[in-house]
Design a protein around this ligand. Structure first.
Ligand code: ADP
Ligand code: MG
Length: 690
């Protein structure tokens, strides 16, 4: 019996309803369930000494009550402290009754199970399972450690344990296919053995080792999962290479004309990347290239030069930006550059008036707009390109593998796939790039145009607000500079965020009646936003209050001061991007991170990194270490952030090895690509057809 063909409904307790719930977390077959691996373990097999507890452990302890106090305040908490001689732990109860409270008399013996936290007030546990004992206990309660599975609403741990128990019974009768030849693995443990162990570790297993995921059984699966991920990326890349694309080999007259009109020359790094793109575009297979370059490194121009090659040959180019504001910025630049060259530049975004949209759509389908700029709207139904041959995606980090593929399909021109160029200011650390972007070639613009000065960054508490306001005044009034005041997310709601920005603008205007203050936020109409931005650009505003909508693309060289409120709420890469809005001219620029006290330790650490470094790569790497890959890559990168057992940070030492293995497997065992990626990536892996 093939366990990946056995539906979950064969298990006791799984009807249609339950099956639907299980499907929600990607579980369809008995094999899926076997690869649904525990996140954590609980040890109910023995009693731990309190002194041995490590942060996050889910185990049992026992001890005598030292004290029991009712803490009042916003919330009543019953705090019962027990000791076993080796140390003490506080049991916290938010819900309790009088009988419970009365039972915790001094000297009473208690056994409790829960997740223990080591905080600055010592070891604590919230709402443990507990019982009062007549005498100290020693005996084992369960034969194996208790697994804790990833779950979803309405799916209880107990039923997951029951289901995996049944699945393991199936495993006893039927083997799971051993896909990767054992001789290639560091720990040649059979898949069956590894799965048993991980689902039901024996009572003498080390919970520390299991939690650290360093047990050989876990390492064996981690390696296989990383391998599956690598190999499916490689397959994706090979697949892209099988598509045909139009090669562009014409002389580059338009490029030369644009360069001659600029008044500056390309940096060495820009020239190098332009050349790399040129080489790709000459091939008859589609370019899949990612250009990474810090904010202000001049990516837009590089993209424009790539576009000109394609336009020169008579084809269309689309440029997709993540926000309307950014699309509009690009429109301004491209119009300035391309109009003198007699190239039609079109624009398409969601909020356009019907009439305008119709005429833009017509220009696009007739091929009158050779360069088309827009948001996601560019690739919605009803948009018909005339002969699209190059797709440029700005701020790539917001798109995942699937979006890249969807774009390719949309841009398909008969049998020909479009070339793809993606640009990001968020550098992806090497280990992540190898996995998340293994389907792309990467170019790096590692040099800023000359004359830029580093942005001096300071972090100040909110109590210094008045000083900062005075500084803004000085900079704008006495030095003739412009400034940004950025209000970051207060709540998880765009509406509240915009409201906060409005209030800030009003308050600042009251404090600074002499300054001309403007406001932009995400809820304003495109045309209003553009109006304010144009005003600011033209120097008609001194201070621009904004939400993070100005994160990318806004370019006003005269602004040399930026205040960022609540910087502790943002990721480092995002703060670095924001800060990149200043320091675009030749004067010294400053960025003030105006934080709210008290700052958590990790927030202090993050702000410190930003003050110390201007290197986007270093900053991104640190961000990754502090926040983890899911956050850094953005939520859309689901294919990467959700591993079953591997963790790109924790397991990064394994990545070079898996890369090697993946190449070897591609060569020697190509038939394994599909089953491996199906096993580990499930539906996410369906884009791999080897
Ligand atoms: P980013 O990489 O952040 O997208 P932009 O493309 O917006 O950067 O470029 C920032 C600014 O630098 C723009 O005003 C652009 O015209 C200018 N710029 C680009 N390349 C050069 C260069 N080689 N020399 C001088 N200025 C440049
Ligand atoms: Mg840009």
């Amino acid at each position: 019996m093939k366990l990946d063909k056995v539906p979950l409904t064969v298990l006791k307790g799984v009807g249609t309803k339950a099956a639907q719930k299980l499907a929600k977390i990607g579980l369809h077959s008995v094999a899926d369930l076997l690869f649904h691996l525990p996140l954590h373990y609980q040890d109910r097999t023995r009693i731990y000494a309190i002194a041995d507890l490590k942060d996050g452990m889910q185990v049992s302890v026992q001890g005598r009550v030292l004290s029991c106090d009712l803490q009042s305040g916003k919330r009543r908490i019953l705090k019962c402290k027990i000791s076993d001689g080796s140390g003490s732990v506080t049991l916290n109860f938010f819900h309790f009754n009088a009988a419970q409270q009365n039972s915790f008399v001094k000297g009473a013996l208690i056994k409790c199970f829960g997740e223990f936290k080591r905080g600055y007030q010592g070891v604590e546990v919230i709402h443990p399972d507990y019982s009062l004992l007549a005498s100290l206990e020693k005996n084992a309660i369960e034969a194996s450690l208790t697994p804790v599975y990833p779950s979803t609403d309405g799916l209880k741990q107990n039923s997951l344990r029951n289901l995996t128990e049944q699945a393991l019974a199936f495993l006893r009768q039927n083997k799971i296919d051993e896909l990767v030849p054992l001789k290639l693995l560091t720990y040649p443990i059979s898949l069956n053995d590894a799965l048993y162990y991980i689902h039901r570790p024996p009572s003498d297993a080390s919970i520390e080792q299991l939690e650290a995921k360093t047990h050989p059984a876990q390492q064996r699966l981690i390696l296989e999962e990383l391998l599956a991920q690598q190999i499916s990326m490689l397959a994706l890349r090979a697949d892209a290479q099988r598509h045909q694309a139009i090669p562009f080999r014409e002389p580059d007259i338009l490029q030369k004309q644009l360069l001659a009109s600029l008044g500056f020359s390309l940096t060495n790094a820009q020239s190098r990347v332009v050349q790399e793109i040129h080489t790709d575009l000459q091939q008859a297979t589609p370019m899949m290239r990612l250009v990474q370059g810090d904010v202000g490194s001049g990516k837009t121009l590089v993209a424009a030069l790539a576009a000109l090659r394609v336009i020169e040959a008579g084809y269309q180019v689309a440029l997709m930006a993540p926000t309307e504001l950014l699309a509009e910025q690009h429109l301004i630049n491209f119009t300035k550059w391309f109009e003198p060259l007699k190239i039609g530049v079109g624009m398409l975004c969601g909020k356009m008036k019907v009439k305008e949209k119709r005429s833009q759509l017509e220009n696009i389908s007739l091929g009158l707009s050779k360069m088309v700029i827009g948001t996601h709207a560019l690739f919605q139904d009803g948009v018909q390109f005339n002969n699209l041959a190059l797709i440029i995606v700005d701020e790539q980090h917001r798109f995942g593998v699937h979006q890249r593929l969807a774009l390719r399909e949309k841009g398909q021109l008969g049998a020909l796939a479009p070339h793809q160029l993606t640009m990001t200011a968020t550098p992806i650390p090497r280990t992540l790039a190898m996995t998340a972007y293994a389907d792309l070639n990467v170019s790096v613009i590692d040099e800023l145009p000359p004359g830029r000065t580093a942005v001096q960054t300071v972090a100040l508490p909110d109590s210094r607000r008045d000083d900062i306001i005075a500084r803004v005044y000085h900079s704008c009034k006495n030095e003739g500079r412009q400034a940004y005041w950025v209000c970051t997310l207060i709540e998880e709601s765009e509406a509240l965020d915009c409201q906060a920005a409005e209030e800030t603008a009003n308050n600042l205007q009251l404090s600074l009646p002499d300054l001309r203050i403007g406001l932009v936020h995400g809820r304003m109409k495109t045309i209003e936003k553009q109006y304010v931005m144009d005003f600011f650009k033209a120097g008609e505003l001194d201070l621009l209050v904004a939400t993070t909508v100005i994160e990318v693309g806004v370019d006003v060289p005269n602004s040399s001061l930026m205040i960022i409120e609540n910087p502790e709420r943002l990721g480092l890469a995002q703060l670095h991007q924001l800060r990149g809005r200043v320091g675009r001219g030749s004067v010294a620029s400053h960025c003030v991170l105006l934080y709210k006290n008290p700052l958590s330790k990790s927030a202090q650490q993050r702000l410190h990194i930003l003050r110390e470094s201007h290197d986007g790569f270093y900053i991104a790497e640190q961000d990754l270490l502090i926040r983890g890959p899911g956050e850094v890559l953005g939520t859309r990168q689901t294919g990467v952030a959700t591993f079953k057992i591997a963790d790109l940070i924790r397991d990064q030492a394994l990545i070079p090895q898996t890369q090697q293995l993946a190449l070897q497997l591609m060569q020697d065992y190509p038939e394994l690509i599909e089953p491996l990626s199906k096993r580990w990536l499930g539906e996410k892996g369906q884009y791999v057809h080897a």
